[in-house]
Design a protein around this ligand. Structure first.
Ligand SMILES: Nc1ncnc2c1ncn2[C@@H]1O[C@H](COP(=O)(O)OP(=O)(O)O)[C@@H](O)[C@H]1O
Ligand SMILES: [Mg+2]
Length: 286
C-alpha cells in the first residue's frame, strides 16, 4: 500500500535544525487550564504468560507529546506493558491480555488491528541496539521503503533528516554505505532511533535505551529525548532514577505487575504519595 509522507517527514525542510542540549523547560503541549491530550489509553489491562499474570488491571493515560518514564524493580511488568503498546507480544505464544488498550481510536488488542501499520505508528528502541546487518543508509531507509513510495532523492532527504534528528548525522555522513555494525554502541543506538523515526511514528517506546551505554552516549540520548518530545509521545523504561527525573515529565511506578503511582515526575521524586514509591525512588530496594 502506498502511503503519503507523514507530518513528521514533511519537516525535511527543517533539516538544518540542530539538536542541542537545552535546559529543562515547560513541555511543548503543557496546558495549565486543561487536561493533557492522551496518546495511549489503557483500562483494566491484565496480561498473562500462560498461567502467570504479569499485569494486574493497569489503567493509565499516556500524555501526548510528553515523556513518560516507567520505573520499578526488575520483573514488575514494564517491558510487558510496552510490548502490548505495539503488539510485540504477538510473537510470544503464551502471552494474552484482557481489558482495553487504545492508540487514539485504534483498539490495540483487536485481532483486526494491522500490526505492520501499528508498528509504524508506535516505534520501539531496545536496551541493546539492534541495527540490521546492512549499511547505515539501508537501516534508516528500511521502513520508508516498506511503507512509503519515495523517489530516490526524497529517500536520501528522509535518511538525512532522520539521522540529523537522531543527532548522529555528523558522525556517519561520510560512511552512509558502511556497515551499521561498525558503529560504536552509542552511535548504533542513535541509528536505531533514526530508523524508528524515519517512518513518522506518533509514539516512541524506549526500553532501557541507555543501560548498555557509556555516560557520554547516555547524555547524547537524553538530550535527544528532550528534543524529540516536541514531536513524539515518548515512553522510556529506565532503572536510572536520575535519568527518569532529568528526562521525563510524568513518571509511573510499577510493582509486582501493578501500577502503584503515576504523577508528574517532580512530584514522584519529591513528594510521592505511596510509601513503596518513596522507598524505591530513595533506593531502598530495587
Ligand atoms: N516471554 C515470557 N514468558 C514468560 N514469562 C515472562 C516472559 N516475559 C516476561 N515474563 C515474566 O513477566 C514478568 C514481567 O516481566 P517484564 O515485563 O519483562 O518485567 P520488567 O520489564 O519490569 O523487568 C516477570 O516475572 C517475567 O519473568
Ligand atoms: Mg524490562
Amino acid at each position: 500500500m502506498t502511503r503519503m509522507l507523514s507530518p513528521n517527514t514533511e519537516s525535511i525542510g527543517l533539516m538544518n535544525e540542530v539538536s542541542e542540549a537545552k535546559p529543562k523547560a515547560e513541555s511543548p503541549q503543557t496546558n495549565p487550564s486543561g487536561p493533557l491530550e492522551t496518546a495511549i489509553h489503557t483500562e483494566n489491562l491484565c496480561a498473562w504468560y500462560g498461567d502467570f499474570q504479569a499485569l494486574h488491571s493497569i489503567s493509565i493515560d499516556i500524555p501526548k507529546n510528553h515523556v513518560t518514564a516507567f520505573i520499578g524493580p526488575s520483573g514488575c511488568g514494564k517491558s510487558t506493558l510496552l510490548r502490548w503498546f505495539n503488539r510485540m507480544n504477538d510473537t510470544v505464544i503464551s502471552a494474552k491480555a484482557t481489558g482495553t488498550v487504545r492508540l487514539n481510536d485504534l483498539d490495540l488488542l483487536s485481532k483486526d488491528t494491522d500490526t505492520v501499520d501499528l508498528r509504524r505508528r508506535v516505534g520501539i528502541v531496545f536496551q541493546k541496539a539492534n541495527p540490521f546487518p546492512k549499511s547505515i543508509y539501508d537501516n534508516v531507509a528500511f521502513g520508508p521503503r516498506l511503507h512509503m513510495k519515495l523517489r530516490r532523492s526524497e529517500l536520501d532527504d528522509l535518511v538525512e533528516w532522520s539521522l540529523r534528528k537522531a543527532a548522529v548525522w555528523d558522525e556517519v555522513k561520510d560512511r552512509l554505505n558502511g556497515s551499521a555494525l561498525g558503529l560504536s554502541g552509542g552511535q548504533q543506538q542513535r541509528l536505531c532511533i533514526a530508523r524508528a523515526i524515519a517512518v513518522g511514528p506518533e509514539v516512541l517506546l524506549m526500553d532501557e535505551p541507555c543501560s548498555a551505554l557509556d555516560p557520554a552516549s547516555t547524555l547524547a540520548i537524553e538530550n535527544l529525548i528532550f528534543e524529540l518530545r516536541k514531536q513524539y509521545t515518548i515512553i522510556i523504561v529506565t532503572h536510572n532514577m536520575q535519568q527518569a527525573s532529568r528526562s521525563s515529565d510524568k513518571t509511573a511506578f510499577f510493582f509486582d505487575g501493578r501500577l502503584i503511582e503515576f504523577e508528574d515526575t517532580e512530584r514522584v521524586f519529591t513528594m510521592p504519595k505511596n510509601k513503596q514509591t518513596e522507598d524505591y525512588v530513595r533506593g531502598k530496594f530495587g
